[in-house]
Design a protein around this ligand. Structure first.
Ligand SMILES: [Zn+2]
Length: 378
């Protein structure tokens, strides 16, 4: 069955050979795009009238921690009143998550994923990390795999209270990895003082590589450190956060590892924003993601992330949109999403606006009119 999306005022394709099209249409067959063009729309079995509005590729959110129980609203309020952010708050969510049943966690995560769909997100990566035991981490990646193929094992999220860091890393790389890996595509670690150091992160990522997982790393969020260069050295698909960068870090990011910015985190922790201009101007590929999690960034709004990226990271609206769609896809090493054209999946968003600039220009306004995943309205 074919569907034509007609009367698109502005179509963003992210296909460098095509760019942005005016008075455009999309033709969809079997969940994939078969044509992105302008002028007279061809006939099809079904028709969606975009009414002159803007259509963009669905957002690709390459960094979330969606499976958890409880919230940390009180911690957020205390932080806004002057308390600093510390990685140890993760232990609060670990306790709440361990205490929840499978059914409770499944319902909470599904509700957050539905919220993300309403926000225009068509692909969501989900990390574990709030289990921190063999059984709990295996449970979290199993539940995440019910929602997305982009599942990341983050056993090395925080050293559980009262445990020895090196002994915990040994557990993560051994029994925990063996239990989690069958449900995962990726492995990640939190490289930060207060979490895991360079050697520990290297050990964890190399163990993941050994069982065939792709690599990603939480790097340079709260201060300068070895994370970015370790990520590049090990060939990580993405180094995430990148808030504190030396010149050498910026040079390293000009290679294949995507620099993923999570500015809603810097907003919620009142940390400095990354110097995205320096990274983009060095030639790096950049992505934007929500980092949806209860401690440092409890949002599924990619539109909010775009607004921060433009206002505070000084990206252009076009750079920000590209980073939140094609950039996210590159951070997940996916070539079927993040763009619209023959061969792409028909993941797209109809905006209640004539252009995507409005996502930034009208912050906080719900401008996502409809989200389509593989050609079907979500
Ligand atoms: Zn994270």
């Amino acid at each position: 069955m074919t569907t034509v999306v007609s009367d698109i005022g502005l179509l963003v394709t992210n296909d460098p050979a095509v760019g942005e099209l005016r008075d455009a249409h999309l033709v969809i067959d079997g969940g994939n795009v078969v044509e992105a063009g302008s002028g007279i729309a061809p006939a099809a079995d079904d028709r969606v009238d975009a009414g002159g509005r803007c259509v963009i590729p669905g957002f690709v959110d390459s960094h979330t921690h969606l499976v958890f129980a409880g919230d940390r609203a009180a911690e957020f309020a205390a932080r806004m009143a002057g308390s600093p952010y510390a990685a140890g708050g993760i232990n609060v969510t670990i306790a709440a998550t361990r205490a929840a049943t499978d059914a409770e966690l499944r319902a909470l995560a599904a509700a957050r994923l539905a919220e993300a769909r309403r926000a225009g997100i068509t692909t969501t990566e989900i990390k574990s990390g709030y289990g921190a035991t063999v059984g709990d981490e295996a449970r979290l990646v199993r539940l995440a795999a019910e929602l997305t193929p982009e599942v990341t094992f983050l056993g090395a999220h925080v050293v559980p209270e009262g445990e020895d860091a090196d002994a915990y890393v040994e557990l993560v790389c051994g029994e925990m990895l063996a239990a989690a890996a069958p449900h995962c595509r990726w492995i990640d670690a939190f490289c930060e003082s207060g979490a895991f150091d360079e050697d520990q992160c290297r050990t964890v990522l190399e163990a993941g590589l050994g069982v065939g997982l792709g690599l990603r790393l939480h790097a340079n969020q709260l201060g300068y450190g070895p994370g970015v260069q370790l990520a590049v050295e090990l060939g990580c698909a993405s180094a995430d956060h990148c808030a504190y960068l030396t010149d050498d870090d910026v040079d390293a990011l000009a290679g294949d590892t995507v620099a993923t910015f999570l500015p809603a985190t810097d907003f919620s922790t009142r940390q400095p924003y990354p110097d995205a201009r320096r990274v983009i101007d060095a030639g790096a590929t950049v992505a934007l993601a929500t980092n949806c999690n209860p401690g440092s960034s409890y949002t599924t709004s990619m539109s909010f992330v775009l607004a921060l990226a433009v206002r505070d990271l000084r990206m252009t609206a076009t750079e920000a949109l590209t980073a939140a769609t094609l950039g996210g896809a590159q951070a997940l090493q996916r070539d079927d999403i993040g763009w619209l054209g023959p061969g792409s999946r028909a993941d797209f968003v109809v905006l209640d606006a004539p252009s995507y600039d409005h996502l930034v220009y009208r912050p906080g306004v719900p401008l996502i009119a409809a989200t389509y995943v593989a050609g079907t309205r979500a």
